[in-house]
Write a protein that binds this ligand. Structure first.
Ligand SMILES: NC(=O)c1ccc[n+]([C@@H]2O[C@H](COP(=O)([O-])OP(=O)(O)OC[C@H]3O[C@@H](n4cnc5c(N)ncnc54)[C@H](O)[C@@H]3O)[C@@H](O)[C@H]2O)c1
Length: 389
């Protein structure tokens, strides 16, 4: 029997926004999109500078004629192509551009794959939710950690009640990217926007890594964050941007939790880690050992579950591409998000029944923005704050 990809007959056409030659996440997006043949990167805008943007495309293998000087130009020109214009955009430009680029793409009738944070405020994120629904478009947020196969398995275990009711969640993301005074180094295009609080977001650490930790907790537990009591600030003396946030959490089922995100944690290496404790046991995962999950049920020996183990569901096994034991990583996890959105779009286009994939959506991005705003409000008031619905 023919596969969905065969029935559709071609890859979907993607336009990228951001991710010029010096951006590592740009390479990650482009290669993840094309990894399994679901997408072809067909056009792009790679800089806020018109000439630099046009010059960058050919360096990345994009047709010069489809390497545009601005997002408006790309959307207009691609819409006028006869039948082979882009069908989605992937946004990986600075944080303060995400909302306007996503809104313009949705209004042009395109699906959106957007890097985090999806917007600068919760209100803007709700605006994207409304535009998506009005235009019936798909919207993925690239929280790559949520797409590791064993994270998907953890989610299935929790939803299947293996742990019983969840009682306690611990999530943290420790990073050393700002453990030195990068403010004192010569400015780069990147540090110019990252170190400007007006451009990098309400709280830099949340835009950069805290959003991944909060999303991972919600994704695996199936719970939202209902209330927070937070401490937000800078670990590095005299820093203008926020590099640390810790919070006590109350989850939507009443469970308790702790959250820590720090970019000035010297010696750490993108250490994201999750532990969930239910009435019958715990699940633990660390990015240091991303293909494995610990399941420890009360009174039983702890087990290590690996990507590719026979007991995993076919959907989870499909999230891996090599036999177990061969390392896979964040690129493959990103590719899972791209694959799931593509499969949904292709099935919808063919009029076929489709089970929506578990990839992070705009509603998740909106919850993250509400979480960030609640953490800041809690910090400033010194009291617990509700996370807006
Ligand atoms: N999901 C993840 O794990 C992850 C990891 C790293 C970065 N990111 C996100 O990626 C985004 C970019 O981060 P970065 O570290 O690559 O930054 P960067 O400054 O290194 O790269 C930004 C790129 O966008 C381009 N750009 C700037 N303004 C633009 C515009 N108006 N239109 C089109 N292109 C424009 C720049 O030329 C550059 O190539 C951020 O939103 C960040 O949160 C996500």
């Amino acid at each position: 029997m023919e596969t969905l990809r065969q029935r559709f007959g071609r890859p979907l056409r993607l336009g990228v926004i951001g991710g010029g030659p010096a951006s590592w996440i740009g390479r990650m997006h482009r290669s993840a999109a094309e990894l399994d043949g679901w997408w072809r990167v067909s056009a792009g805008v790679f800089s806020s500078d018109v000439a630099r943007s046009r010059a960058a495309g050919p360096l990345l293998g994009i047709d010069a004629a489809r390497s545009y000087g601005s997002v408006e130009e790309m959307l207009r020109a691609e819409a006028q192509r006869s039948g082979d214009g882009i069908e989605a955009v992937a946004i990986m430009s600075p944080n303060d551009t995400h909302h306007s680029c996503a809104a313009a793409a949705l209004d042009a009738g395109l699906d959106v794959i957007c890097d985090k944070p999806v917007s600068e405020t919760h209100a803007q994120a709700l605006d994207l939710v409304a535009r998506c629904r009005r235009r019936q478009r798909l919207f993925a947020v690239t929280h790559g950690y949520s797409a590791y196969p064993v994270i998907r398995h953890a989610r299935e275990l929790v939803r299947g009640g293996v742990l019983g009711a969840l009682r306690l969640a611990q999530v943290e993301y420790m990073q050393s990217a700002m453990a030195t005074r990068i403010e004192d180094a010569p400015a780069t295009n990147r540090t110019r926007w990252v170190l400007d609080p007006a451009r990098s977001g309400l709280a830099l650490v949340m835009s950069a890594i805290g959003c991944h930790a909060q999303h991972l907790l919600c994704f695996v537990s199936g719970l939202a964050v209902a209330r927070v009591c937070a401490d937000v600030g800078a670990l590095m003396p005299d820093r203008r941007v926020i590099d640390h946030a810790s919070a006590l959490l109350e989850l939507s089922n009443g469970a308790r939790g702790t959250f820590t995100a720090a970019q000035a944690a010297a010696g750490s290496e993108n250490d994201i880690r999750l532990r969930l404790y239910g009435e019958r046991g715990m699940i633990g995962w660390s990015h240091r050992n991303a293909s494995y999950l610990t399941l420890a049920l009360q009174g039983e020996p702890a087990r290590t579950i690996g990507r590719g183990d026979a007991e995993l569901s076919p959907a989870v096994i499909a999230g891996g591409r090599t036999p177990r034991g061969h390392p896979e990583g964040l690129r493959e996890a990103f590719a899972n998000i791209y694959a799931e959105l593509a499969q949904e779009r292709m099935a919808l286009s063919l009029g076929e029944a489709v089970a929506p994939g578990p990839y992070p959506r705009i509603e998740d991005g909106a919850h993250t923005m509400a979480f960030i705003e609640a953490c800041l409000a809690s910090h400033h008031s010194g009291a617990w704050r509700d996370v807006a619905a």
